[in-house]
Design a protein around this ligand. Structure first.
Ligand code: UDP
Length: 325
């Protein structure tokens, strides 16, 4: 197939590109490289069947031209990472909603199937754990910028279903804290990236709040598998899927595992949320996927454990540090 991956130079996108090329597909990437990094796909630069277009999904002419040439679109380009969203909500809202509408519209015109990369952030502060796809979404007030991300991804899903009503073949995958090699070492959108960087530098690990908030960390190769299933499986059409590992870990526990696995002298320091995100911030206390639907409809289940995934991230960072020496 000819496949478009928007956001294909990003963390998850670039792993998806690797897999699609390895499976023999032709891949075009559109990425503006704001959070994506060209080096994530540089290994494919001279490969026949790979095209890298540095540009934005807000460039409708570009998106329209590529959509005429492809059979399938994975739409991952988005403003991501709570820190970024809180810093520049306007950019996040416009990129995520206008960008998605452009991609869906042009895919629809060309009768191209779409997988939309949504987020577990959709569920907000719901306490209906584990979150099932049809469960409630509980968000705080609109004056809290954090919720702009959740709202933008939810509006994008509404756009998906609105286009589905018109005949677009579309599915959504809701990622739960995906991690693995190529996460931004600065830690945008990932506590794991930050903790590993801090542990390897021997610096204190900055645990926000009481550290009892929990997440289900999901290894990137498994997110890629699920994403491709969502784009190819008949049972996936017009549905949203939780893509996550069912095992829940507190952030406190994560910090302990990172320190142990890096054999680091680092300690843990607690940082109030307000110090990091400003006074009006609300965190999600527990975020756990109900994985039944992905298992039943896609035949997908995540298996890679936190320790196994952390080992891969730590090995990548150690190799990078060695090269820099
Ligand atoms: N977090 C933390 N220390 C950090 C970065 C993040 O304790 O240096 C916490 C953050 O407050 C949240 C959790 O780790 O409770 C996961 O944060 P992340 O930004 O990875 O993703 P989120 O699940 O919030 O989208």
């Amino acid at each position: 197939m000819n496949v478009l991956v928007t956001g294909g130079a990003g963390f998850i996108g670039s792993h998806l590109v690797d897999r699609l090329l390895a499976d023999g597909h032709h891949v075009t990437v559109i990425d503006n490289c704001v959070t994506g990094r060209p080096e994530n796909v540089a290994q494919h630069a001279d490969r026949p069947g790979f095209t890298f277009l540095r540009g934005s999904v807000l460039n409708e002419t570009l998106v329209a031209a590529v959509c005429r040439e492809v059979d399938l679109v994975f739409h991952l380009a988005a403003a991501v990472g709570v820190t970024h969203i809180v810093k520049d909500p306007l950019w996040a809202i416009v990129t995520n909603t206008r960008g998605t509408e452009i991609v869906l519209k042009r895919a629809f015109e060309n009768r191209v199937r779409v997988v939309f990369a949504s987020s577990s952030e959709i569920y907000g502060q719901s306490d209906a754990v584990p979150f099932d796809e049809d469960g409630p979404r509980v968000l705080g007030p609109t004056t809290i910028h954090r919720w702009a991300y959740s709202t933008s991804k939810a509006l994008d899903e509404h756009l998906c279903w609105a286009y589905a009503d018109k005949g677009l073949a579309v599915s959504a995958v809701r990622y739960f804290n995906i991690f693995g090699p190529r996460m931004d070492p600065a830690g945008y959108g990932s506590v794991i990236a930050r903790f590993v960087t801090q542990a390897l530098a021997g610096e204190p690990l900055t645990v926000h709040g009481d550290g009892r908030q929990s997440r289900c960390f999901t290894y990137v190769s498994e997110a890629v598998t699920a994403t491709i299933l969502a784009g190819t499986h008949d049972g996936a059409l017009h549905e949203a899927f939780n893509i996550g590992h069912p095992q829940e870990h507190t952030i406190e526990h994560l910090a302990e595992r990172v320190i142990a696995l890096t054999d680091s002298p680092s300690t843990v320091t607690r940082v109030p949320y307000a110090e990091v995100y400003g006074p009006s911030f609300a965190d999600t206390r527990r975020r756990v996927p109900d994985v039944t639907k992905a298992a039943e409809r896609l035949g997908f289940r995540a298996h890679v454990t936190l320790d196994e995934g952390l080992a891969a991230v730590i090995a990548e960072r150690a190799a990078a540090a060695e090269r820099a020496r």
